[in-house]
Structures are given as C-alpha cells and as structure tokens.
Design a protein around this ligand. Structure first.
Ligand code: FES
Length: 151
C-alpha cells in the first residue's frame, strides 16, 4: 500500500494521474491534431472511398487523424500493401487521388516526393502515398484509386 502511494507521488503510476505528472515535467506539450483525436477518443469519422484494383468500390469510415493507409488496411481494402507500416519508406501504399481533393491536400514533402518516384505502377499527377494522407473533415469523401500493383 505505502509503496503504491510513493509511486504515484513520484508520477510513475499509470493513467490520467501519470499523464498529468508527465505534462508538468515537460511543460505544455502540444500534440498534433491527429494525436489529440486519438488520445481523447473524440475524433469524428471521415468517409474515404477506395477503388480497389479490380474496380470494387469500398466506402469506409476512417477515424479522424488516421492515415488513409491505416483506414484501408484495418478495413481489408485490397491493393494497399503498406510494407513499411506507414513510415514513408516503401511506396507500397500508392494511390491516385481524385483531382478536386488532391488540390486540398498539403503537398507531398521531400521524402514522399522521392518515394513517389519509386512506385511500381505509373506515377500520375495526383499520385500520393496513402500513409501520408491524414483523414480529416477537409477531405471527407476523398476518392482513392488503388493502382493495379504495388510491387
Ligand atoms: S506504407 Fe510504406 S510508404 Fe506508405
């Protein structure tokens, strides 16, 4: 009993108390929006339409802040391999974004641009890596065509 109280006072316990203690130690830590939505569990759902390589349409509700790749993999959408698990180092999550939504996405950074040069399927003007597309209200209804191959 006394041991547990000592642990909590030191901030090495678990749950909200430990989180508050950690916040005090680190000062104000601002998490990116996708992490906040995950932590709070209050994130909304964002509709993403995937077009599988064989042409089947899949409408999936993806949690705000997840990547489009995560939404596909967790819902059994075919054609997204995501070999690297979303670290932008494999290019096996290549998709073609519908043009209107493509214009609303933040542009690919240098690493993603370099990886897009190494996709197995043809690179098009609206090519993106789905692990770099964050689900948010601003892209609700995005349509992602999955190319015929990722290798
Ligand atoms: S999952 Fe590997 S680059 Fe997107």
């Amino acid at each position: 009993m006394g041991h547990e109280n000592t642990r909590n006072k030191r901030g090495s316990g678990t749950g909200a108390a430990a989180g508050r203690t950690l916040s005090r130690r680190l000062g104000a830590v601002t998490l990116p929006p996708f992490a906040q939505a995950r932590r709070s569990g209050k994130g909304c759902m964002v509709k993403i339409v995937y077009v599988e390589p064989a042409g089947r349409l899949r409408e999936v509700e993806v949690k705000d802040g997840w990547s489009a790749m995560e939404g596909a993999v967790r819902n059994g959408v075919e054609g997204i391999v995501a070999e690297c698990g979303g670290t932008c180092s494999c290019a096996t999550c290549h998709v073609y974004v519908d043009e209107p939504t493509y214009a609303r996405l933040p542009p690919p950074d240098d690493i993603e641009s370099a990886m897009l040069a190494a996709t197995a399927a043809e690179r098009r003007p609206t090519s993106r890596l789905s692990c770099q597309i964050r689900a948010s209200e601003s892209i609700a209804g995005i349509r992602l065509q999955i190319p015929e191959r990722q290798y």
